[in-house]
Design a protein around this ligand. Structure first.
Ligand code: TYM
Length: 338
């Protein structure tokens, strides 16, 4: 048996709103095969979620919902460590340390902070500003080699790398770095699914207009209706040109990522056909893609004891790795061992 340690993959989703097709195509779908090559850790980032106000009862239910959806999408808890961020104390503890190695200027350049502070102008709290440092802690705590995310998380990954390199230069040696410097893993198609009503902005869980997003738990008739009403253009040709034809290009990305055919093949297939036939094909592909996920979800969602058991087990497994990293960091900083 090969006992060399396997590289680590880590990712997470904020339990805010409801999971969208963007979260599935940009992230979860790409997580599914990775357990074969990597030790995989997938979180529900509840500490990140409270950077905007959450209703406590809704937040708790959403965490169960998201966990059940992770599993329903195909993440088997025996092959993947599934856990809640707040259950592993190391995340907040490492974030504090990394705060002291991250500059205010770096954080104020983050586009997500700028967007979110515009949307939550009455609650621009320090956590919202500090959000990327907690994310860096999430990643560095597990010596993650790869971080599978959608395109919108690229900037946070770059900051994580900068902080890791800075820390390594101060406290490590080239042979013995303190942190593993992670790489983003961004899918070629589906990394940036746009809104159906506003295809110039990404589809988002926390969108106020529910017709703009496709949710993983939307029933088939709702999915079909939303896609039929998706904004397109007057040109009536199915062609991929994001700047010129954002709506059609987005639907092409969705169809390619759910149905597996390349965008070029889809352009050829729909040449000379109008948007009606094209939208029907997109709706059918999304419904078929989500059907098994929804069926499995409804089987497992109510077994709260089992979901709790999975999270307890995940937290214990995650803490083993997280605690080892934290001890290493405290040691290089000169803290007395616990
Ligand atoms: P979050 O919760 O906004 O999104 C979760 C994942 O879904 C991807 N995603 C999309 N992909 C394609 N098209 C879209 N429209 C779309 N919307 C979202 C995101 O890129 C992400 O991969 N900060 C993170 C959560 C996080 C994290 C981490 C991720 C916290 N710690 C450590 C990786 C590693 C976030 O808010 O994701």
């Amino acid at each position: 048996m090969n006992s060399a340690p396997r590289p680590v993959v880590l990712s997470g989703i904020q339990p805010s709103g409801h999971l969208t097709l963007g979260n599935y195509l940009g992230a979860i779908k790409n997580w599914l095969p990775l357990y074969r090559e990597y030790d995989c850790y997938y979180m529900l980032v509840d500490l990140h979620a409270i950077t905007v106000r959450q209703d406590p009862a809704a937040l708790r239910e959403r965490c169960y919902e998201f966990l059940a959806l992770y599993i329903a999408c195909g993440l088997d808890p025996s092959n993947n460590v599934l856990f809640v961020q707040s259950h592993v104390g190391g995340h907040a503890r490492l974030a504090w340390v990394l705060n002291c190695y991250t500059q205010m200027g770096e954080l104020s350049r983050m586009t997500q902070f700028k967007d979110k502070s515009q949307k939550n102008a009455d609650n621009i709290n320090a956590g919202l500003f500090d959000y990327p440092v907690l994310m860096a802690a999430d990643i560095l705590l597990y010596d993650s080699a790869q971080v599978p995310v959608g395109d919108d998380q690229k900037q946070h990954l770059e900051l994580t790398r900068d902080v890791a390199i800075r820390f390594n230069n101060l406290y490590g040696t080239p042979e013995r770095p303190v942190f593993r410097v992670p790489e983003p893993m961004i899918p070629p198609v589906g990394a940036r699914i746009m809104g159906l009503q506003d295809p110039t902005a990404k589809m988002s869980k926390s969108d106020d207009a529910v017709t703009n997003a496709l949710y993983l738990l939307d029933p088939p008739d709702i999915i079909t209706r939303k896609i039929k009403r998706a904004v397109t253009d007057m040109d009536n040709t199915v062609r991929y040109a994001p700047a010129e034809k954002p709506g059609v290009s987005n639907l092409l990305s969705i169809l390619s990522a759910t149905g597996g055919e390349s965008i070029a093949a889809l352009e050829a297939r729909f040449a000379g056909q109008g948007y009606g036939a094209f939208k029907s094909a997109v709706a059918e592909a999304v419904v078929e893609c989500l059907k098994p996920v929804q069926a499995r979800y409804h089987e497992i969602r109510e077994d709260r004891d089992e979901l709790r058991r999975i999270l307890r087990d995940g937290a214990v497994r995650a803490a083993v790795r997280a605690d080892a990293t934290l001890r290493r960091v405290h040691d290089v900083l000169g803290f007395i061992p616990e």
